[in-house]
Structures are given as structure tokens and as C-alpha cells.
Design a protein around this ligand. Structure first.
Ligand code: ATP
Ligand code: MG
Length: 338
């Protein structure tokens, strides 16, 4: 029904916050799904600029720069603006209207219970995250996807709880006003939570433990060399632990040479390989993976209008659908003045 386009394809919607450069976590956790889904679904991918404000409201100087660079990275990594609708959240202000209407029916404790709420307040102590905007972040996400009747939302696993809130909120809304909005389901990749270089459980812009898609080959080598690995292994002849070791997790995610990876794991377990060899081979594999992305990114950003035009075109396309949904929502809520 409403979740179908005239093309008959179900809709997929996802976004990223323009709070910094894209990193390897985004590549395997989100983009790893975004790109292949383009052929099967009607995909909408957006720059979540209002979401960036939930934590970075105090300094917005770099927001649009990150927005353009992030969108360039998406396209460099394989998003096709002909196949997917690539847009900016704030250029489709109807998202805010749906968020407001949802906020009337969703209880505050539902939002306080979302695990990332307290977690982020703890992690980002230097920021005052006591705002209404930060509390409402997952509800704005609900509006972002519900406004397009999204069936599926390809995200990393830190977002699963947000989608649970989204489904509960949609159900509550539909209970009051009829079958108006579609319940969204998360879609995860095999690497839905890539750890950080420091061994933290998540590579994250705000934790500064990242390898950026735009890092030079030399920087990638340097960062990989400094990566956290098995701390018990102070010498190369001490047997090491492969399981849960971020260096090997990255090998699994980025090194297509399975024989090389298996050989390294075997020798690591038996104390027959030095960290330098394991890390150099990882950095080389990463650079092979990243080089074509880097090249396309530079090319895309060399003509400043290219990305801007893609984002404006995509936003105009997205807006047509958002406007239709809001007419339906206002009707269902008896907010129509004719
Ligand atoms: P911030 O720290 O500012 O929240 P972030 O690095 O978490 O930044 P987001 O824009 O919040 O980036 O996330 C964009 C998408 O990338 C989300 O779907 C998120 O789940 C996914 N993602 C982010 N980091 C990782 C990671 N380390 N592993 C897998 N997926 C990730
Ligand atoms: Mg995040």
C-alpha cells in the first residue's frame, strides 16, 4: 500500500550526521548496505543536519562543509544520484512538522529510556546535552523515515534501539489516527559495530578513534601502526588472541585476501608473526580499498556545484513525497481547513 512507490519497490531511508569526516565504521556499518540496496529498493539517503545540531549546536561553522564532503564520500563509495534520492534533511522542512505532531502523542519517558540518551550524556561530558532537541533525537529520526513510508532503515547497531522507539511511536500514532504511518525495520550489515582504533567498542566521530575515508595512504599506515591490539603480547614470539582483536576484525572487514588473513591469524596465535607485519598488511589492504574512493571524492569536490546541485535536486524530489505524506497525516488528524 503506502510503502510502495509506483515502481513497486519498497522504500529504504537512512541518514548520517554531518558532524565530521566519514570513517571506516560508516563504510562497513552503513554504506556497506546503502550501496547494494540501490538496485532493489527505492532508496532515500540524507544529510541529517538537524541531527548534527542535537549535539553540535554550539558551533555550526563546519556543518555545511561536512555535509558536502559527506555526500561526496557517499557518491565516491558508490551511491548513484540517478538511482537514489540524496538530500538534506533541513531542505525538507516537513520532517519538522511530522516530528511536532508525533511529539504530541509520544511520552517523554519513552525517550529518556533510549539507551543512547544517557550514554551520550556520559560520553560527551564537555557538551550540555540537556536540551529538548537532544532528548527528541530518536523521535525526529522517526519522522525522518516515517515521512517516506520507509520499510527498511540500513544503520549500524547503535541505532537499533532508536528504531524500536520509532516503531512504538508509529504504532501509538496509528492507534489514535488510523493506519497512517508505516513501521520501519532496521537492516544491519555483517559489521554493524566496527570498533575504534583505540579498542573502544565503537569507531565514532565524537570519540576521535577513526580512520577517515579521506585520510592519505601515509596517515592510514600511521594510524594502523598505532592501533590497539592484544595487550598481553609484548613480544612477537608470545601467542596472541585473534578473537575480538580489532586488528583482525579490520582484516576480516577489509582484506579480501582470505588466505593471507588466515595465515596471519594462525601465526599470531602461535607467536610466529610480529605486529608490524600484521598491521602493514592491514594498512595495505585498506589503502587498496580506499584509493578509488579518495580519487572520486577529490574529483567530485573539485567542482563545487556538483554536490550542491545533487543535494538540491534530491531534496526537491524528496519534498514532493514528504508533502503528500503530510497531507495524509493532517487529514487523518482532522487538521484540514477546506
Ligand atoms: P557521532 O559520534 O557524531 O554520533 P557517528 O560516527 O556515530 O558520529 P552517525 O552519523 O551518528 O556517525 O552515524 C551514521 C551511521 O553510521 C549510523 O547508521 C551508524 O549506526 C553508523 N555507524 C557509525 N559508527 C559506526 C561503527 N563504528 N560501526 C558501524 N556502523 C557505524
Ligand atoms: Mg552516532
Amino acid at each position: 500500500m503506502t510503502a510502495m512507490l509506483t515502481s513497486g519497490k519498497a522504500r529504504v531511508v537512512s541518514g548520517m550526521r554531518p558532524t565530521g569526516q566519514l570513517h571506516l565504521g560508516h563504510l562497513v556499518g552503513a554504506l556497506g548496505n546503502w550501496v547494494p540496496l540501490q538496485d532493489q529498493y527505492d532508496c532515500f539517503y540524507f544529510v541529517a543536519d538537524w541531527h548534527a545540531l542535537t549535539s553540535d549546536y554550539a558551533n555550526t561553522a563546519q556543518l555545511t562543509t561536512f555535509a558536502y564532503e559527506n555526500a561526496a564520500d557517499w557518491i565516491a563509495a558508490g551511491l548513484d544520484p540517478e538511482k537514489s534520492t540524496i538530500f538534506v534533511q533541513s531542505l525538507v522542512p516537513e520532517h519538522a512538522e511530522l516530528y511536532l505532531l508525533l511529539s504530541m502523542v509520544v511520552p517523554v519517558p519513552w525517550l529518556e529510556r533510549v539507551p543512547t540518551y544517557k550514554e551520550q550524556q556520559e560520553n560527551l561530558k564537555d557538551k550540555d546535552l540537556s536540551s529538548i532537541g537532544f532528548l527528541g533525537y530518536p523521535l525526529l529520526q522517526t519522522a525522518d523515515v516515517a515521512i517516506y513510508d520507509a520499510r527498511f532503515v540500513p544503520v549500524g547497531d547503535d541505532q537499533v534501539a532508536h528504531l524500536e522507539l520509532a516503531r512504538e511511536s508509529v504504532r501509538r500514532f496509528n492507534n489514535f489516527y488510523g493506519d497512517v504511518l508505516v513501521e520501519p525495520q532496521p537492516m544491519l550489515t555483517k559489521f554493524s559495530r566496527l570498533p575504534g582504533l583505540d579498542g573502544d567498542k565503537k569507531m565514532s566521530k565524537s570519540l576521535g578513534n577513526t580512520i577517515h575515508l579521506s585520510d592519505s595512504a601515509a596517515d592510514v599506515m600511521k594510524k594502523v601502526r598505532s592501533m590497539y591490539t592484544d595487550p598481553k603480547r609484548v613480544r612477537a614470539d608470545i601467542p596472541g588472541t585473534v578473537e575480538g582483536n580489532p586488528v583482525f576484525l579490520y582484516h576480516d572487514a577489509f582484506n579480501p585476501n582470505v588466505d593471507e588473513v588466515n595465515d596471519l591469524k594462525e601465526r599470531y596465535r602461535t607467536g610466529k608473526v610480529g605486529d608490524v607485519e600484521v598491521k602493514t598488511k592491514l594498512a595495505n589492504a585498506l589503502n587498496v580499498h580506499l584509493e578509488p574512493i579518495r580519487e572520486r571524492r577529490v574529483e567530485l569536490l573539485s567542482s563545487p556545484n556538483t554536490i550542491r546541485d545533487i543535494l538540491h535536486d534530491g531534496s526537491a524530489r524528496a519534498r514532493v513525497i514528504a508533502v503528500e505524506t503530510m497531507a495524509r497525516v493532517r487529514d487523518a488528524m482532522k487538521l484540514t481547513y477546506r
